[in-house]
Design a protein around this ligand. Structure first.
Ligand SMILES: Cc1cc2nc3c(=O)[nH]c(=O)nc-3n(C[C@H](O)[C@H](O)[C@H](O)COP(=O)(O)OP(=O)(O)OC[C@H]3O[C@@H](n4cnc5c(N)ncnc54)[C@H](O)[C@@H]3O)c2cc1C
Length: 247
């Protein structure tokens, strides 16, 4: 029954941490074993619930960082200073520890391997996470859809998935925008994402590309406004905001 399927997807499941990959000094990828995982699309997210010994619970949303892989899922968590959940997940949380997860959630900010339209991905900081799932899904599917990534980050050491992104991949062009510190030997000055950047990185508005923008709320609004000013239609722009998500 369709109703059963929906409630099953939104039920809390117990996941256990199976692997940790340190992405940057302040962000880590957490690989979980989650028996009975129903699968997901690139771009979807999950809710994560932590429960303390006294029964207190805290719940936050995290994007799925990789395409579906049986009973394994990957999340990448950026430590937010004084962040209730992220400081735990990037700190004391250890292999074998349980956590409750429900999902997958989201049906609009997704990319399907059957989609053939060109794709512009615009990431601000941890906003790279669901966009990386799309890049990985494209690669796994052998899709020929043209992809471009514009990745805004503060410093070179904050680059997530560095080894993977540095490997050239046909059909994927990447532009990095450093806001505080440039890589050694690169000329220019740090800057924020702006009209010239997206004007160069994006295809012309009539090219039929879909744009996915993800990051902190202010970043997403700025990037979306620029795309609209460059003539892209609101229907071609999909956004995901990583603002605080307390329940
Ligand atoms: C759909 C969705 C997907 C998300 N996916 C990811 C993801 O893949 N990886 C990831 O690291 N985060 C992601 N987030 C953000 C995540 O849900 C939490 O908001 C974040 O981890 C902070 O939670 P916290 O409990 O550590 O901080 P809190 O205790 O909630 O907040 C601590 C302080 O930090 C501020 N703050 C909260 N969140 C942020 C933020 N994102 N940036 C800057 N300041 C903040 C708060 O205003 C507060 O002052 C996502 C959010 C949404 C809505």
């Amino acid at each position: 029954m369709a109703g059963t399927a929906v409630s099953g997807r939104l039920a809390w499941r117990v996941a256990r941490l199976a692997e940790i990959r340190q992405e940057t000094p302040t962000a880590r990828t957490l690989v979980f074993d989650i028996p009975g995982w129903p699968g997901h699309l690139a771009g979807q997210h999950v809710d994560v619930r932590l429960t303390a010994a006294d029964g207190y619970t805290a719940q936050r949303s995290y994007s799925l960082a990789a395409p579906a892989n049986g009973d394994r899922i990957e999340l990448t968590v950026q430590r937010v200073a004084d962040g209730e959940v992220s400081e735990h997940l990037t700190g004391p949380y250890a292999i074998g520890d349980p956590v409750e997860i429900r999902g997958p959630i989201g049906g609009w900010f997704v990319w399907r391997p059957a989609d053939t339209a060109p794709v512009l991905l615009v990431a601000g900081g941890a906003g790279i996470v669901p966009l990386m799932a799309m890049i990985r899904a494209r690669r796994e599917a052998g899709s020929k859809a043209l992809f471009r990534l514009v990745y805004s980050l503060r410093t070179p050491e904050e680059l997530y998935y560095a080894a993977e992104l540095r490997r050239p991949y046909a059909g994927l062009d990447i532009t990095y925008v450093y806001t505080r510190e440039l890589p050694e030997g690169q000329s220019g000055i740090p800057r924020r994402i702006d009209v010239p950047t997206l004007n160069t990185a994006a295809w012309p508005a009539d090219f039929g590309a879909t744009t996915y923008i993800c990051g902190p709320t202010g970043f997403v609004e700025t990037a979306a406004d620029i795309m609209l000013a460059l003539g892209h239609s609101p229907q071609s722009i999909r956004t995901e905001r990583f603002g605080p998500s307390r329940d």
